[in-house]
Design a protein around this ligand. Sequence first.
Ligand SMILES: Cc1cc2nc3c(=O)[nH]c(=O)nc-3n(C[C@H](O)[C@H](O)[C@H](O)COP(=O)(O)OP(=O)(O)OC[C@H]3O[C@@H](n4cnc5c(N)ncnc54)[C@H](O)[C@@H]3O)c2cc1C
Length: 313
Amino acid sequence: MAKVLIVAEHQDGRLNGSTAKCVTAAQALSPEAVDIVVLAADPAAVAAEAAAIAGVSRVLTVANEANAHAIAQVLAPQVAKLAEGYTHVFGPSSTFGKDLMPCVAALLGVPQVSDLMSVEGERTFKRPIYAGNAIITVEAPAGQAVVATVRTASWKEAGTGGSAAIEAVGVDASLPSHTRFVGLAAGGGDRPDLQSAKRVVSGGRGVGSAENFDIIYRFADRLGAAVGASRAAVDAGYCPNEMQVGQTGKIIAPELYVAIGISGAIQHLTGIKDAGTIVAINKDPDAAIFEIADIGLVGDLFQVLPELEAALG
Ligand SMILES: Cc1cc2nc3c(=O)[nH]c(=O)nc-3n(C[C@H](O)[C@H](O)[C@H](O)COP(=O)(O)OP(=O)(O)OC[C@H]3O[C@@H](n4cnc5c(N)ncnc54)[C@H](O)[C@@H]3O)c2cc1C
């Protein structure tokens, strides 16, 4: 029987929603045996959140000062040790998981299954290729642990109401001395995290300048949304790189996505095709973004946005 270990993603003592999405994927494989491991300096609060996810059997906690920051090279040897009792080890396809899980796979000497979007069998999975334009079915080798990143845009968060047992465990793994935490330079301020936000407002080249991007931030704040951007806006220096949405940026699946001054190039659409409702604001009625938008507003963004803001009160 499959037994799945999920590595919890967390920050500032809060569990990231990506973990509950991994639980849903794991339940498609093995409804009865899904454990979560929380590696942290003080895992108590995060473990309590993880234990409340419906369908989780056990939450393992590894308390260690070295785990105060999510450094893949420090976490990976511990996860690889814990993997011994499991058939599958899952992490989210967020920046955290994309950094960590390949290190875990390398330490276990197995290939990684990336961006798992559906479970077809114990070792058979579907994942996107060619920027999401084709779906491939892959099979992990028999007789080895399956290490996978779960495509967060493809899975809904598992519900709450669970009451899994929380167990502190010690891990006898040698941690590297070559990689240490030095500092964290985080952007984004108080705005929601782009990869887990329920609402996202993105600006494109049509916004015109870094100064003009203030109109996007203001509108996003009015909606309580995270802010994203097209690659053209990032390349033009209107906003930082970590805001890029799309094939070479972040793949997101918010409930609401508002694309402003974005033409709708295939590489951008790849990043948003799992979004719930897509709203597009563009002055060109023939812009490709209108082909996938649920709601389209043809107009000049500098006129439309103040009107929308006023309407939102
Ligand atoms: C390998 C590769 C990877 C890529 N990865 C990504 C990626 O991850 N993400 C990504 O976004 N792109 C990516 N691209 C780039 C992509 O092909 C497009 O060039 C880019 O998405 C265009 O950004 P844009 O829509 O902001 O700009 P444009 O295509 O220039 O569109 C600007 C839009 O703004 C509208 N507009 C202008 N002024 C106004 C106004 N006042 N009011 C309303 N609308 C206005 C215009 O009508 C136009 O539709 C990639 C390209 C390649 C080759």
